[in-house]
Ligand binder design. Structure first.
Ligand code: ARG
Length: 273
């Protein structure tokens, strides 16, 4: 008799714990019982996390005397905010802190020319790919004749952004080089100018943007093999459901009307102005 009562109490307790933890995993925010999409809509603000060191994707630009973050990622984010009927707020941080900011709720979404991969998919949900780019290596113009094959990078210092796909690629493919990771690409460019690194690995449009502005830098002829899924996607916190769907809808609209391509051209021009 006693054991039956004990068993009943125990099973009720176990079921209780299970129901509680199941509801905690759901898509709803515990405190407000709102989905993430509802939360963004009711707050009236969509907070974007980015690393604004990546022209033409996202970069700082003085506009009417004011430091502003612009770029084709930001223009796409503005369209998403517009479709949701909210205002966009942009937070600039190091690339390797972006997914953590998403998970602590410091930002609602991340756009930073970020390519999804298995490790990142464990931490975040990703939208459809909205842009594809290959990789390039930037070197000092004076070293143009030094680098004719990837072996010429042996024993050299290679700069990469911490936590980026390029860091992984350099570690895989330039095993005899010294790989140096920094938080911001703008700092990597300074290191290249000051002979602290001999090359930087970044996405092609970004490499082109930097060499256009700096005649003392150029593209290396040898290039790394492409790795991973490539392409850029928007990251959201896990289980974003309808939030993710609505973002994909905006991306579909922009892709269908070639608007993303127009943004890329526009922000490439803005870099030079
Ligand atoms: N595409 C690369 C990656 O996903 C690098 C992106 C760097 N983005 C930036 N805004 N700095 O790892």
């Amino acid at each position: 008799m006693k054991t039956t009562v004990l068993k009943t109490i125990l099973s009720v307790a176990i079921i209780g714990v299970m129901v509680f933890s199941l509801s905690a995993c759901g898509k709803k925010d515990n405190n407000t019982n709102q989905s993430h999409l509802d939360k963004v809509k009711s707050s009236g603000t969509l907070v974007l996390g980015t690393s604004a060191d990546y022209p033409p994707y996202e970069f700082h630009k003085n506009i009417d005397g004011k430091d502003t973050i612009v770029g084709f990622d930001i223009a796409i984010a503005e369209e998403i905010a517009k479709d949701l009927g909210v205002t966009l707020e942009v937070k600039d941080m190091d690339f390797d802190g972006l997914l953590a900011a998403l998970n602590t709720g410091n930002v609602d979404m991340v756009m930073a020319g970020m390519s999804p991969d298995d490790t990142r998919r464990k931490k975040a949900d990703f939208s459809n790919i909205y842009y594809n780019a290959l990789q390039d290596i930037i070197i000092r113009t004076e070293d143009k004749d030094t680098f004719n094959s990837l072996e010429d990078f042996n024993g050299k210092k290679i700069g990469v952004q911490k936590g980026s796909l390029q860091e992984k690629m350099a570690n895989n493919q330039l095993k005899s080089s010294e790989i140096k990771g920094l938080g911001k690409v703008t700092d990597l460019v300074l290191e290249l100018k000051n002979n602290k690194v001999d090359a930087i690995v970044v996405e092609k449009p970004v490499a082109k943007a930097y060499i256009k502005r700096n005649s003392d830098m150029t593209l290396s002829v040898p290039k790394l093999e492409e790795e991973g899924e490539g392409g850029s996607a928007i990251a959201l916190s896990k289980d974003s459901g309808e939030f993710l769907e609505s973002i994909n809808k905006t991306l579909d609209r922009l892709t269908k009307d070639n608007i993303i391509e127009d943004f890329v051209v526009k922000y490439n021009q803005l870099i030079e102005e």
